[in-house]
Design a binder for this molecule. Sequence first.
Ligand code: F6R
Length: 610
Amino acid sequence: MCGIVGAVAQRDVAEILLQGLKRLEYRGYDSSGLVILSDNGELQRIRCVGKVNKLSRAVVESPFLGATGIAHTRWATHGSPTEKNAHPHISNNTIAVVHNGIIENHSILRKKLEEKGYTFTSETDSEVIAHLIHSHLKVQVSLLNAVQKTVKELKGAYGTVVVDKNTPETMIVARSGSPLVIGYGLGENFVASDQIALLPVTRRFAFLEEGDVAEITRHKVLIFNADDNEVTREISESQVNHDAADKGQYKHYMLKEIYEQPIALKHTLDGRLELGKVLDSAFGEKATRIFKKTKHIQIIACGTSYNAAMTARYWFESLAGIACTVEIASEFRYRKSVVNENSLFVTLSQSGETADTLAALHLAKEMGYMNSLTICNVEGSSLVRGSDLVYMMKAGTEIGVASTKAFTVQLAGLLMLVVAIGRHHTISVQQEADIVSALQRLPAKIEQALTMQPAIKLLAEDFADKHHSLFLGRAEQYPIAMEGALKLKEISYIHAEAYAAGELKHGPLALVDADMPVIVIAPNNELLEKLKSNIEEVRARGGLMYVFADKNAQFESDETMKVLEVPACDALLAPIIYTIPLQLLSYYVSLIKGTDIDQPRNLAKSVTVE
Ligand code: F6R
């Protein structure tokens, strides 16, 4: 959730650190700070409440010079977002630490350290790391040894970077549960919680594994595993676009990412469909062997990824005739559940670092699931490295906290998975060819859906003064209603609920009146007539409806119902296509309301704490 950047260079690093933080700000944005070691060996620290721009302005006013430094952007977990709780934390004016994650045993450690005479200046769990290292350094021969000793006492998740004013050209970094990547430069080296922070300075990266501790100097990186043995981690060239963190012509990342969907979908399909078939190679070498054996699908995800999984459940059972269960990761990991025979454990995640999803994968391995597969957007992420099969989404970096392109790309990847497994069940050669051809039309169909923008922008004006809203859908459009409601609430702060339209009369109908806009997703499919009856139920209670439907569904606007025409499309693709106007609706409502669209309050991208 928080962002970390560190550098040991042969030039002043303040600008590198600030640029890095700016590129990471989407991960957490309530406060930030940095420490730079001055040439005369002093720890120069500055911390600010608010966004990184505020920190940048403060650094310009009193320039901090020095070639080693660490920086942090925070999303508060322990302690409110105040300057004293912002990182880096310092012990005895000697050790400075930034930390991402949660130290679960911080109260016990804090008590012990206070008994030893350490004074705490923040309410954070992170400060214990600084004092613990300082206390170990009294007996350990090096900062590296002191950090190795410290991490063995920490329970919970951490990605941490440490500097010591007595060894000014060295950073020690440690990873357990929260990702860290080392960036290799020429005569300078870096570390960050996400490679995107370092792309302006290097493209060569090595991802630390769980339990790794590394010593980074200008000319050398030494990595040790959890048993303190020296290890090598592969250095690879990043394929991530350097400009990914640039808004270009768009006012917000979210709008940019909505408009990137046709190209993102093209990238995800490219080279994976051939002669009317989905290529198993899209999922990895062992895919065919595993898919042949698969009898059940268990999907685990959170938030938007969970909504994509819920859509896929309909596809797996209706198209492929294979049982599929879907569960929220934070629920799955803490309940006793039963493993189905030959069950493929599928995780869905944009970031690949979501703590609950990752914990669920670890649990699935202990429980004896047959194999695991992840559909993920971030190369080298923990889910990618921990899964037997991997579908790389290739959606491009997603910066807006509200997930948009990742969702539609996940749906395309899931549809391919349905086919690749389903051909060993009920999907015929002809059906596969039809689905492949529908997928190939998808990018163009999304382009068409994006032309709804002017109509949606107008519609947004009706919504901006509302406090509540209902989203309705049936079958695979029900999870799309869930996604529409999630988008609206997270960026516009308008309370939005989604219901399976058939559930309305079992309770939520009581909420309907003229102040409760009801959004209905009504593609032209076999449930349309049922949905029309649900619409009448709302209409009879004086509800104001906004119906998204294509021409053939034959709805007409009147004083109680506004019809938004969605381009006609294959029933199969409808969940993906109907998502587009809902994304645009939340965007334009939020624009009118003036909320912080890319960085909505209280949220962060990449939820690396549980
Ligand atoms: C909502 C949103 C979140 C994420 C969720 C899971 O717009 O972005 O609900 O979908 O935190 O994140 P990933 O997909 O990275 O596991």
